[in-house]
Design a protein around this ligand. Structure first.
Ligand code: NDP
Length: 453
């Protein structure tokens, strides 16, 4: 753990005191504050007017009840959240997560990370995040629809294309965005396409949005590998998760000549030494919405394919050159990092938000492993959401190639900005420091220009 200076330590102590029982939020704030010591030393004015304290306090936090009726005609209740973290750079922007683990601290950590991530894209978007402890697993399509409609019945009064623009995250994909958009349109009597991103193409979505987070992380890691004169070509890659981010990471890694040998879900992981079959994963995950062990059942035992149950080992035991954690927060621990380092990993790109614990990050950095933090490496999703907003505002629809070219350019510039900032602040190659400082400076400059608000 980096020692914080007295001022930053007291800011962290206050954050912990004011947000008790929210360890993920404390972790995210600490990581940023650890990078800010060098900024405050160089630019003490950034510590004036409680600027750092204000950045750590969400502008608005909304907690609401979501009642809905299940298929057995029983009334069910969930709790939902929208944390509108920072709007200095533009309307709040960030996804909605449906997962039983969701609580206000998790949404707050995600909103805080999102603020810096969105700043790094260079686009006019603030940071926010939302979600519910609703568990979509095992729910029928009608139950999902009724839940989304009830969720939006409350949320609609807090969002809008100039106010707050939600998108998807864990448990929220194209289907859920469709149901939410339908309910928003019905309640407001407005076809306000720019109020949500991640929409299907035929009602205002953007090409390449579905692929953007996974593709973006792969572009970022490719730029990072290039700084050491290497590339994905011929590399073995492990991608955790098997949702939206993981699937399109697999697709892009393959197109760059790498082989993804393992993927997971919360029930365990599969290894396919010949390379994971993308079509089969998509059939299992997107069509059947089934467990990942189905992969082994369909492919059959042997032939380099096997399944390991959660609890009997972790996906990070699988040897690889590049690791791309793309499931959830704190899924890669210090122990996992040691196993990866021992097996010769050379680069890590975080597709998920905060998937590596602070210990794991330290172990990678001390071992000289190139490490791309999520707030930079997975920014391609939100950047393409901002491109979706641009298309909605101009009632335009760009080609896949045009949108992907914009995404690739944005990821290249985020990479270069993080690398240059790390260098400027005396820590070349430290992308964590580079991302935190570059994101912070852009948000802080904007906040200062807007006065004490
Ligand atoms: P999905 O819901 O599509 O997929 C999530 C995947 O992660 C599933 O395979 C899921 O397995 C697994 N997973 C989730 N929680 C856990 C857990 N507690 N333990 C083990 N596995 C788990 O989500 P996304 O792919 O959209 O999101 C993945 C990550 O990427 C998240 O951290 C998200 O915040 C981040 N992200 C997503 C963006 C996007 O554009 N979608 C943008 C930027 C970041 P199971 O089905 O068994 O739960």
């Amino acid at each position: 753990m980096v020692q914080l200076d007295e001022k930053l330590e007291s800011i962290l102590a206050e954050v912990i005191k004011r947000n008790q029982g929210e360890p993920e939020f404390h972790q995210a704030v600490r990581e940023v504050l650890e990078s800010l010591g060098r900024v405050v030393a160089k630019r003490p004015d950034f510590a004036d007017d409680a600027l750092i304290e204000r950045i750590c306090e969400p502008e608005r936090q909304i907690i609401f009840r979501v009642p809905w009726i299940d298929d057995k005609n029983q009334v069910r209740i969930n709790r939902a959240f929208r944390v509108q973290f920072n709007s200095a750079l533009g309307p709040y922007k960030g996804g909605i997560r449906f997962h039983p683990s969701v609580n206000v601290g998790i949404i707050k950590f995600l909103g805080f990370e999102q603020t810096f991530k969105n700043a790094l894209t260079g686009m006019p978007i603030g940071g926010g995040k939302g979600g519910s402890d609703f568990d979509p697993k095992g729910k029928s399509d009608r139950e999902i629809m009724r839940f989304c409609q009830s969720f939006m019945t409350e949320l609609h009064r807090h969002i809008g294309e100039y106010t707050d623009v939600p998108a998807g995250d864990i448990g929220v994909g194209g289907r859920e965005i469709g149901y939410m958009f339908g309910q928003y349109k019905r309640l407001t009597n407005r076809y306000e396409a720019g109020v949500l991103t991640g929409k299907a193409l035929f009602y205002g979505g953007s090409r390449a949005r579905t692929e953007a987070t996974g593709y973006g992380n792969t572009y970022f890691v490719q730029s990072m590998l290039a700084t050491k004169g290497t590339s994905f070509d011929g590399k073995k890659v492990v991608v955790s998760g098997s949702g939206n981010v993981a699937i399109y990471t697999l697709e892009k890694v393959r197109s760059f000549g790498g082989t993804v040998v393992a993927m997971s879900d919360s029930s365990g992981y599969i290894v396919d030494e010949n390379g994971i079959d993308q079509e089969l994963i998509q059939e299992i995950k997107e069509v059947r919405r089934a467990r990942i062990s189905e992969y082994l059942r369909i492919k059959g035992e042997g032939k380099g394919v096997y399944f390991v149950k959660a609890g009997d080992g972790t996906i990070w035991d699988v040897a690889c050159d590049v690791a791309m954690p793309s499931a959830t927060q704190n899924e890669l621990t210090g122990k996992d990092a040691r196993a990866l380092v021992k097996n010769g990993v050379i680069a890590v790109g975080e597709g998920a938000n905060m998937p590596s614990t602070p210990d794991a990050i330290r172990i990678f950095q001390e071992a000289g492993v190139m490490f791309a933090p999520g707030k930079a490496a997975n920014a391609g999703g939100v950047a393409t959401s901002a491109l979706e907003m641009q298309q909605n505002a101009s009632r335009d629809s760009w080609s896949f190639a045009q949108t992907e070219a914009r995404l690739a350019a944005i990821m290249g510039s985020i990479h270069d900005n993080c690398a240059a900032t790390a260098e400027e602040y005396g820590a070349p190659g430290d992308y964590v420091l580079g991302a935190n400082i570059a994101g912070f400076v852009r948000v802080a400059e904007a906040m200062r220009a807007l006065g004490v608000i």
